[in-house]
Design a protein around this ligand. Structure first.
Ligand SMILES: Cc1ncc(COP(=O)(O)O)c(C=O)c1O
Length: 394
């Protein structure tokens, strides 16, 4: 499955920061904290204007610190190139505006991050880019929704918060058959566990705010794919101003170095937690594709290296029990994010899924009993101990 020249653990540390043969340089990539770069001669400016120069000119266009992060993520995704952006939302916008214009359509399952859904239903719709939403996993309906106006197929797998998976190879084959661009949000899986480009996707993007950064201390996004797509995406990023600050770029590089070890540890914890929850009398349902009884177990095992670090569950007693459980936690933080070293809990009905209609929530499998856990890298017994005491109080 992997589309890399070296192992992910090595790329996490070295890609984009190769120093061999260069003497007396800092070991870590310095923060190029500058908005602009000095050119030596008028001729350099001319060469730049003629598109013949790789020199840095202005940090909104490109910056050496951010470029190191881009090369690292490109290596991890097995991509020719990557564009790092100010947020995951900015990365998605760059993907959309690279392949769609007014009058074009996007096809996407309903199971996508709420912010992405909102962008499609409001701003993109106002700009004349319409999205046809379809039920998750319904491949025939996805295919039926494709018209001659469709330019992009958007997929998120595993999904938030019910950790459902969709067959990436199949969906990318549909995209290819209809000559439309398949874009995958790989935030939940990370390139350590899943490489959508190797399975046929055209572009892959991340909320790098989550696992790629990994320490809840930065907001960033990343889009990766062929050089052709990334040249287009960079032009969009430049003119829409969605560039990442070099300071955040440094934090992103630092976070990426430990991505592989963080993912390994958090996956182990997630398996233990899902098993614990699946045996608990106060839990009516667990959503985690690592469990053999999960409906997405076989699919996840086929296209992911492990089942991921997100575990959701339905607590018996509905909303009141959920509130008591969350308020009783001592180690897990109540925070509307995921992917950090810290384990966090969120309540989708009042965060990512707030305001959605009953019918939509039903389709998505989310109820007032649903609790989402982002499993961090703490000790598994401490994490389970805290969940256990909080469930007993619920
Ligand atoms: C799956 C997914 N995609 C995209 C985003 C948007 O990323 P950001 O908040 O970095 O803009 C999020 C944010 O929560 C997310 O969870």
């Amino acid at each position: 499955m992997a589309n890399r020249k070296r192992s992910a653990a090595t790329d996490c540390v070295h890609a984009g920061e190769e120093l061999h043969g260069r003497g007396n340089v800092p070991l870590t990539t310095p923060i190029a904290q500058t908005s602009v770069f000095v050119l030596e001669k008028f001729a350099d400016l001319r060469r730049y204007a003629e598109g013949k120069s790789n020199a840095y000119l202005y940090s909104r266009y490109a910056n050496p610190t951010v470029a190191a992060a881009e090369q690292k993520i490109a290596a991890l995704e097995g991509a020719e190139a990557c564009v790092v952006t100010a947020s995951g939302m900015a990365a998605f916008l760059c993907a959309v505006l690279s392949c769609c214009q007014a009058g074009d359509e996007i096809v996407a399952p309903l199971d996508i991050y709420g912010g992405t859904l909102k962008l499609m239903e409001t701003v993109l719709a106002r700009c004349g880019i319409k999205t046809r939403f379809v039920a998750f996993q319904d491949l025939p309906q996805i295919e039926r929704s494709i018209t001659r106006r469709t330019k992009m197929l958007l997929i998120e797998t595993p999904t938030n918060p019910t950790v459902r998976c969709i067959d990436l190879e199949q969906i990318c084959a549909v995209g290819r058959k209809h000559k439309i661009t398949t874009v995958v949000d790989n935030t939940f899986a990370t390139p350590i566990l899943q490489q959508p480009l190797a399975l046929g996707a055209d572009m892959v993007y991340h909320s790098a705010t989550k696992y790629l950064g990994g320490h809840s201390d930065l907001t960033a996004g990343a889009l990766a794919g062929s050089k052709k797509w990334m040249d287009l995406a960079r032009q969009v990023m430049i003119v829409t101003g969605g560039c990442l600050d070099p300071g955040a770029g440094y934090l992103l590089i630092r976070g990426l170095k430990t991505l592989e070890v963080r993912v390994q540890r958090a996956c182990k914890n997630a398996h233990a937690i899902a098993r614990f929850l699946s045996h608990h009398r106060k839990v009516s349902r667990v959503f985690f594709p690592g469990l053999p009884e999960d409906p997405f177990h076989a699919l996840a095992a086929g296209q992911m290296l492990d089942a991921g670090m997100m575990v959701s569950f339905d607590i018996r007693g509905g909303g009141r029990a959920a509130e008591k459980f969350i308020d009783s936690l001592k180690l897990w933080y109540l925070a509307t994010t995921l992917g950090g070293v810290e384990s966090t809990v969120s309540y989708p009905l009042l965060s990512s899924h707030v305001g959605l209609s009953r019918e939509r929530l039903k389709l998505l499998g989310v109820s007032d009993a649903t609790i989402r856990l982002s499993v961090g890298i703490e000790d598994k017994d401490d994490l389970i101990g805290d969940l256990e005491q909080a469930i007993e109080r619920a």
